[in-house]
Write a protein that binds this ligand. Structure first.
Ligand SMILES: [Zn+2]
Length: 457
């Protein structure tokens, strides 16, 4: 045995109980009361602390090349930031490379990620063009352990949009191969027409971002996609649901019997469009945009009521200098950092302030992500046989969030100055401590690709 974590409150998706956790090599080997110590084991005293399964952030964009630039966080800085926030697995995206098969594109992304990664990673495959051998490529993807595809209903100009026929063909082939279909849902016609109108009228300053991409665009796209895919019996996972209107569309689809999963992000729960009328509007531009306070509170109710399956960050960091390159709300590079603050923010705002059960926090941050993306129970559980991805979390630690203490290359955080109670004390990835004593102590290259099991339900 290498580590014995003693006296902590172990939290799983089913409940909380006081237990010791023994770690040998990369695995958890036992969980139980008063486990015997062996002389060589390092004892980590977790009394008064929570012992959580490592957080799985299923929506990060590290080293994303887009719009003539690359995001500020590569896999080294992005996973360092993740590790320091208790995120032990990220699920990032592979883009189709020009002239390469989908599988080759995915393999290239794994090779790009591995040397810098200090936490484990899995991949979604973004499909923006239909490959010649669609069903063969989807089967190959599933075989190599990619668990999901990501499809866009918008961004025609940027080349991300799949037109309806292609969208359906890809969704069907992916689902047949056992891949989960995930969708960025904003109606392209609404977004494109408003952009043209706003540019015409000269009302496209960064302060107009929320008005330029209204929640109706999200609701229309969710409704359309859920109707199409539902009729074909294809389950769908909507990334970053941002609004009450979007949520209502999810509810309608579920009432109609569709298998619909919903993700939201901390920024839609904690920030509002008021940020766009302040000086630093650019630093809050992401898509979909921030919404109103009633939208945020509707999303919180959905989280607390179990209607939201996953909270993930959409971490897509740009520096202030990169953000300053854009003049209009349509040109500012969209995206914000967030992977490191996910767990502390949801713990504080959910558990401390809104009475969320710890087990429900673990559900949306670890358990559900692992199940939906095919890496459970290797990930997302504190149980014998699972990878030793563990967060010893100190619920009494009070801090004010400050970019100066965080590890992203963004250089700022949209949550600057927010006070939270609770912060990770020790974080372990596959049996190796990556964060302790408020320091990153991980090793680039330790993180490995985690293949998803295919054919899950
Ligand atoms: Zn994203």
């Amino acid at each position: 045995m290498d580590f014995l974590i003693t006296g902590g409150l172990v939290v799983t998706a089913d409940g909380e109980f006081r237990a010791d956790v023994a770690v040998d090599g990369e695995k958890i080997v036992s969980v139980g009361e008063a486990l015997p110590r062996t002389p060589e084991a390092v004892v980590l005293d977790a009394s008064g602390k929570y012992v959580l399964p490592g957080v799985i952030d299923v929506h990060t964009h590290f080293a994303l090349r887009s719009r003539g630039t690359v995001t500020a966080d590569d896999f080294a800085s992005g996973t360092r930031s993740a590790a320091c926030g208790g995120v032990t697995t990220v699920v990032d995206f592979a883009d189709q490379l020009p002239g390469a098969s989908i599988v080759r594109s995915a393999r290239a992304r794994i090779e790009e990620a591995a040397p810098g990664a200090s936490v484990d990673f899995a991949l979604h495959m973004t499909i923006t063009r239909v490959p010649e051998d669609l069903s063969g490529e989807m089967a190959d993807l599933a075989r190599m352990g990619v668990g999901a595809v990501k499809l866009f209903t918008t961004y025609r100009a940027a080349g991300y949009l799949l037109e309806d026929d292609d969208f359906l063909a890809v969704a069907k082939a992916a689902n047949d191969a056992g891949l989960l279909v995930t969708v960025h849902a904003e109606d392209n016609d609404i977004v494109e027409r408003l952009e043209a109108a706003f540019r015409d009228q000269g009302t496209a300053s960064p302060s107009q971002h929320a008005r330029s991409r209204p929640s109706e665009a999200e609701a229309v796209a969710i409704r359309n996609v859920a109707a199409y895919l539902g009729r074909l019996g294809i389950p769908v996972y909507f990334v970053h649901v941002s609004s009450l209107a979007g949520l209502q569309a999810v509810r309608e689809a579920r009432r109609a019997g569709r298998a619909v999963h919903a993700e939201t992000c901390p920024h839609y729960l904690l920030l509002t469009e008021d940020e766009y009328s302040r000086d630093r509007a650019r630093e809050f531009i992401m898509t979909p945009p921030l919404r109103t306070a009633p939208d945020a509170s509707a999303l919180w109710n959905a989280v607390l009521g179990g209607e939201i399956d996953v909270i993930a960050t959409d971490h897509c960091a740009f520096t202030r200098e990169q953000k300053a390159l854009g003049e209009t709300c349509f040109d500012v590079l969209p995206g914000i950092p967030g992977v490191e603050t996910l767990l502390p923010l949801i713990h504080h705002e959910g558990v401390v302030r809104r009475g969320m059960e710890l087990r429900d926090m673990v559900k949306v941050l670890s358990h559900n992500p692992a199940r939906l993306f095919g890496i459970y129970p290797r990930k997302g559980a504190v149980a014998p046989g699972a990878d030793a991805d563990i967060v010893i979390f100190d619920p009494g630690c009070a801090r004010a969030i400050s970019a100066a203490d965080l590890h992203s290359n963004a250089g700022y955080t949209p949550y600057e100055g927010m006070k939270v109670q609770g912060w990770p004390r020790t974080v372990m990835v596959r049996g190796r401590v990556v964060f302790a004593g408020d320091q990153f102590v991980g090793t680039p290259g330790w993180g490995r690709f985690v293949p998803a099991a295919s054919g899950r339900g």
